[in-house]
Every structure is written in structure tokens, then in C-alpha cells.
Design a protein around this ligand. Structure first.
Ligand code: SAH
Length: 208
């Protein structure tokens, strides 16, 4: 089934073969609730509770492709663990994945999932991802999987030289644009790509 999803994404325009192989390897049905398993291999985002969603596979693949395009990465930070699916895709492609989530039940569930599925190179933190995860910086890449009104200033500073930040920027619950920011000396040039819709990047750790 993951293999068919990879074939679909190829038809939709994803052409990085390593990314397509990663999609073919990760069982997306393990990242959604039992009732939604039959929908796991269509190219749609799905609810995961707490008003959050597992991202659309095309968008996961696209962001991963923008990160890795002619730019091998060893250490990548993700902001917004959610279901853990994007982190699991990254874990196939890079040495170490660091991922930050602000909602405790999602953090706990993802942690358990990674253990069950045998992902040993994904490291989780319950915190406000606007601050990044300084302890393990610098990163070759950072992927933010929630929409930011503005680029959180801490994130570009946690990139290694030549490192890339991929982030959807724009208003809540409307079209946002994928931005790729590269660290070059003291410059942070921006490139703009697809329109997407993500759940909002919030401030602070969730209280419940
Ligand atoms: N990458 C996820 C997508 C989850 S949706 C996946 O593959 O399933 C976005 C996630 O970002 C939600 O879980 C939400 O709680 C989280 N999020 C929003 N604001 C955040 C913040 N400031 N810090 C950390 N996580 C945040």
C-alpha cells in the first residue's frame, strides 16, 4: 500500500527517488487511528485528535524533497511531531531526527509508536518549537509542519552553514506558502514554493 502511495506521489510530481523510497517504506496506517486506516493511503491529510492533522503525503514528500535537493543532510529538526509520520519519513533518509511537539498526548503517542516500529534515530521533545531545540543544534535542516504567521527568529540561527529551513508561512486556516531559507554566512536568503494549508504554529506548551 505504501508502495502505491509512492507511485501516486511520483505521478503528482515528486521526483526525488530517495524520498519516494522512504514513502514506500513507511506504513502510514500505523500513524492514524484504527477507524482511519482504510484512508491512510489516499493523498489527504487526516485528523489525529486535539484539532491536529497528519499532513497530506504529497506535502510531506514535497517538503522533504525541498530539504534534500542537492543537499545531503545528517541531522534534521522537525517542529510539530503530530502523528510522527513526517519524522518517520525523515528517519529513513538522514542519520538523526529531532522532533518537537507541544501537545503532551501527541508527544506520548508518537514516542510509543517510534518504539513499537523500531525507529531508534528519532529523538522527541515536549516543548514550544518556536524556540527550536538548541541543545542538539546546529542542524543541516529544519522542517516546520505547522503554519507560522512569521518565521520564528530562533530557527534560522540553529542551522549549520548551508543548512535549510522549510516552513509554511501565512495566515491561520488559509493558503500559506512554503518558504525555504538557507543559511549562507550571515545571510538568510528565502525561496518560495507551493501553496499549502497547515494547522497553526502555536506559542507555548499546551495546558491540558
Ligand atoms: N508532522 C506532523 C504534522 C502534525 S500537525 C505529522 O506528520 O503528523 C502540526 C503539529 O504541530 C501538531 O501536532 C501541533 O500540536 C504541533 N505544533 C503547533 N505549534 C507547535 C509549537 N509551537 N511547538 C511544537 N509543536 C507545535
Amino acid at each position: 500500500m505504501s508502495r502505491e502511495l509512492a507511485e501516486l506521489l511520483k505521478l503528482e510530481g515528486i521526483d526525488n527517488s530517495a524520498v519516494l523510497r522512504a514513502v514506500a517504506m513507511v506504513p502510514r496506517e500505523q500513524f492514524v487511528s484504527p477507524q482511519l486506516k482504510k484512508l491512510a493511503y489516499i493523498d489527504e491529510s487526516l485528523p489525529i485528535g486535539h484539532e491536529q492533522t497528519i499532513s497530506q503525503p504529497f506535502v510531506v514528500a514535497r517538503m522533504t524533497e525541498l530539504l534534500l535537493q542537492q543537499h545531503p543532510c545528517k541531522r534534521v529538526l522537525e517542529i510539530g511531531t503530530g502523528s510522527g509520520y513526517q519524522a518517520a519519513i525523515l528517519a529513513q533518509l538522514v542519520e538523526e531526527v529531532y522532533t518537537v511537539e507541544r501537545i503532551r498526548p501527541l508527544y506520548e503517542q508518537a514516542k510509543q509508536r517510534f518504539q513499537q516500529l523500531g525507529y531508534t534515530n528519532i529523538h522527541l521533545l515536549l516543548a514550544d518549537g518556536n524556540l527550536g531545540w538548541k541543545e542538539h543544534s546546529p542542524y543541516d535542516g529544519i522542517i516546520v509542519t505547522a503554519a507560522a504567521l512569521n518565521i520564528p527568529p530562533a530557527l534560522p540561527l540553529q542551522l549549520a552553514e548551508g543548512g535549510r529551513l522549510i516552513i509554511p508561512v501565512g495566515p491561520h486556516y488559509q493558503l500559506q506558502e512554503l518558504c525555504r531559507i538557507t543559511r549562507h554566512d550571515k545571510q538568510f536568503p528565502q525561496e518560495w514554493y507551493d501553496s499549502v494549508i497547515f494547522v497553526p504554529l502555536r506559542a507555548g506548551i499546551a495546558e491540558d
